[in-house]
Design a protein around this ligand. Structure first.
Ligand code: ZN
Length: 272
């Protein structure tokens, strides 16, 4: 599944190529994605003003409003030279931009979406209730501590809750908790302010590492090939149950937390 760093890598790779170009037309071969594809006729000939990101949504901003694009479970984008090559089986949507560029969405499982929001993108129901961006200054230990209050939910489940904080999937949650030395099963309300401060910093570090690794794929473009984890070789805990902790050598433990596989080190991750 494309995670936040892959979506951000895709955004960075695309923006220099298409921002400022006009949307000349589009071809929707299969509108039946997670929700029906929405591209309003009024976008014909409109200039793309910006390509932003909120959580895992790419936001194509035009003067009349914003197209929200989500890659779902298996989506990927490629930028092709027009006339584009013959579409493959799961190439559901083409967006043709001036300058002879075609942006093509491939999505075998069709959990992705393209939706339209007039006016400010933030008002769209898919975005309205999202928590803070992890790479922004809004994510701090104090913010997490204030959200946690006396909540009993496991801290791992808590940081994966998109109403609190967006973009922290299962791999990044496990890795961040390890770096911060926080036991994943601890009730969120019991994590100390210093624990949350370490966690906020670790989340940024883990996501930035993934972005750095993803950046090396920018040349070929376009980032996401739908496979998880650019930086698999650097993982400390995810997928390493029963293997020795890289820090202390103890055997890593496995537990299901909130229905998700979770690996941690009993020695390095305190129940704080
Ligand atoms: Zn350890």
């Amino acid at each position: 599944m494309p995670e936040l760093p892959e979506v951000e890598t895709t955004r960075r790779g695309l923006q220099d190529h298409i921002v400022g170009c006009r949307l000349g037309g589009w071809n929707v071969r299969n509108p039946a994605l997670r929700w029906p594809v929405e591209i309003p006729a009024l976008l014909q000939g409109r200039r793309l003003l910006a390509l932003n990101r909120r959580a895992k949504y790419l936001l194509f901003q035009f003067r009349p409003g914003t197209l929200l694009l989500h890659l779902g479970m298996s989506g990927s984008l490629r930028l092709l030279a027009a006339p584009a090559s013959k579409p493959l089986r799961h190439d559901h949507v083409d967006l043709a931009f001036s300058g002879g560029k075609v942006l093509r969405l491939n999505d075998p499982r069709r959990f992705g979406c393209i939706r339209w929001q007039p006016g400010a993108a933030a008002a769209h129901p898919l975005l309205a209730h999202l928590g803070v961006e992890p790479l922004s200054g809004d994510l701090t230990g104090r913010y997490l501590k204030d959200c946690a209050k006396s909540r009993k939910v496991a801290v791992k489940t808590f940081i994966m809750d998109s109403r609190i904080l967006v973009g922290v999937g299962n791999i990044y949650a496990a890795e961040s908790l390890f770096l911060a030395g926080v036991r994943p099963s601890t009730a969120a309300g019991r994590v100390t302010l210093s624990g949350f401060a370490a966690l906020a910093e670790a989340i940024k570090r883990v996501l930035n590492q993934a972005l750095d690794a993803g950046g090396t794929t920018l040349r070929d473009f376009v980032g996401s090939d739908g496979r998880p984890g650019y930086f698999r070789q650097k993982l400390n805990v995810y997928g390493r149950s029963g293997r020795p902790c890289r820090r202390c050598g103890a055997s890593l433990q496995h537990r299901r937390i909130g229905g998700r596989a979770t690996v941690f080190c009993r020695r390095c991750q305190a129940a704080r």
